[in-house]
Each structure stands twice: as C-alpha cells, then as structure tokens.
Design a protein around this ligand. Structure first.
Ligand SMILES: Nc1ccn([C@@H]2O[C@H](COP(=O)(O)OP(=O)(O)OP(=O)(O)O)[C@@H](O)[C@H]2O)c(=O)n1
Ligand SMILES: C[C@](O)(CO)[C@H](O)COP(=O)(O)O
Length: 222
C-alpha cells in the first residue's frame, strides 16, 4: 500500500520561547526536523513526505531538504493557524489511496520500529494510534476540586497517528468545533472508531526547553 507521511511543522513553538520555531532548533548540530524526516524516509523506501511549514519558514525548510534528502520524496506546503488546519492542508496533497501517517515534526525521536508497527496495524484495522501508560497519578478537575482517576484506564497519546486514507480524508471535512488536539479525535467526531497500538516512552514531544535537553541525552547517551 502507498505510504505518505504528513509531518506537521507549522507551529510557532510559543512554549519553547526560542527565537526560531522549535522544529528548526539544533540537536547535535542538526535541525530537529532533520531527525524526524530522516527516520521516516529510512523506515520505508517507498514512503513520501508532505512537510507542512509556517509560511515564513518554507525557505528554511527547503534548505534542510536540499542539504540532506532526496527532494523527490519530500513536498512542502504551508500550514494554518491551528494543528488541525495544518493537517488539513497537508492532506490536500495526498494522491490516491494510501496509508497516511500524521506526525508531529517535534517528535524527533520516533523510531522506525514504531512507524512500522503503526503501519502494520493500520493496514489491518484502518487506524493505529500509539499510546503509553501514565506513570504519574492522574486527576480530573471538577467544578468543586478534583477527582483521582484510575490510571490503569488512562493512556497518553503520541504520534504518528496512522490511518487508511478512506477514513482520514473524509473525517477532515468535519467543521472544527472546539479544539481537536489530534487526528484520533477528529476521526471519532466523524463517527468512526480508532484502534490503539503500543507507543514508545522515548517518543517525546519537544514542547519546553527541558525536552530539548532530554532529547539530546536520549540521542547520544554517552
Ligand atoms: N498551527 C500549527 C500548530 C502546530 N503544528 C505542529 O504540530 C506539532 C505539535 O504541536 P506543538 O507541540 O503544540 O507545537 P507548537 O504549536 O509549535 O507549540 P506551542 O503550542 O508551544 O506554540 C508541532 O510539530 C507543530 O509544528 C502545526 O503544524 N501547525
Ligand atoms: C498530537 C499530540 O502530539 C498527541 O499527544 C498532541 O495532542 C499535540 O498537542 P499540541 O498542543 O499541539 O502540542
């Protein structure tokens, strides 16, 4: 089955508080985005990438592609004001039937094993959403305080979120109500079920400055 990864790198990185959007920050002398693209291209030789970038940073993105990758395998498009819009614009470039991986550019430690595990399950069931168990206790905020939740019943959600195009493309015709924080919730709001797959603890999302320090260590523990 054709494989297309929509790698969303259209955000501003406000929580990181750096001058550049965090996807362009350096990790071991290479932009964070480099690692994400490299892992996807190596996971499958027949996979192509749609890279979604902020309008002001398409040249910077193109320079990374030109410097490191086969430019025939990576197409660039411009993102929107929200992650949902950025994914939607990326999906507009998907051609024909495919298994589509939607991945946060800033989860740059994703492994080829996770990409392949998600692909295999999506071929079988139509979708694959990687999740990991919570290791902290979890509470739900209520009007008058908070309630403890059974953490065995809570999972933390990662990307790549992987779907058959027949499921994902129609789901993204839905009107954005409130905030969709991931693709699984868009597909569910459209009335479809999703299936979960084991994620990876190292597949962290670089969100705050401390995450960059953790990623540096994980990349090269020496
Ligand atoms: N309008 C947006 C917002 C986010 N993203 C992407 O979605 C991923 C996860 O989002 P997040 O970590 O929230 O990134 P930012 O929106 O950049 O960060 P912040 O919320 O701190 O501004 C990132 O790869 C980000 O570039 C995107 O493509 N388009
Ligand atoms: C898609 C995601 O990474 C799953 O955990 C997450 O929801 C993205 O959230 P963000 O607020 O856009 O960082």
């Amino acid at each position: 089955m054709k494989k297309t990864a929509v790698i969303v790198a259209g955000g501003a990185g406000m929580r990181m508080g750096a001058e550049l959007p965090k996807q362009f920050l350096l990790l071991k002398n290479k932009p964070l985005l480099y690692y994400t693209i490299d892992t996807f291209l190596k996971a499958y030789e027949d996979l192509d990438i749609i890279l979604v970038l902020p309008e002001a940073y398409t040249d910077m993105g193109q320079e990374i592609i030109d410097a490191y990758f086969d430019k025939d395998r990576v197409r660039i498009t411009i993102g929107g004001a929200t992650r949902f819009e950025s994914v939607k614009y990326g999906l507009q470039l998907v051609e024909g039937e495919a298994i589509i991986f939607v991945h946060d550019a800033v989860r740059c430690l994703v492994s080829p094993e996770l990409i392949r595990r998600c692909y295999e399950q999506a071929v079988e069931t139509g979708s694959a959403i990687p999740v990991i168990a919570a290791s902290d206790s979890v509470r739900l905020l209520t009007e008058d305080g908070s309630d403890a939740l059974d953490r065995e019943k809570v999972m933390l959600v990662q990307t790549p979120q992987v779907f058959h195009s027949k499921l994902l493309i129609p789901a993204f015709s839905i009107e954005q109500k409130g905030k969709f924080t991931d693709e699984a919730s868009v597909v569910e709001a459209f009335g479809m079920k999703v299936s979960l797959v084991e994620g990876e603890k190292n597949n962290i999302k670089i969100t705050h400055p401390v995450d960059l320090m953790i990623a540096t260590q994980l990349l090269d523990p020496a």
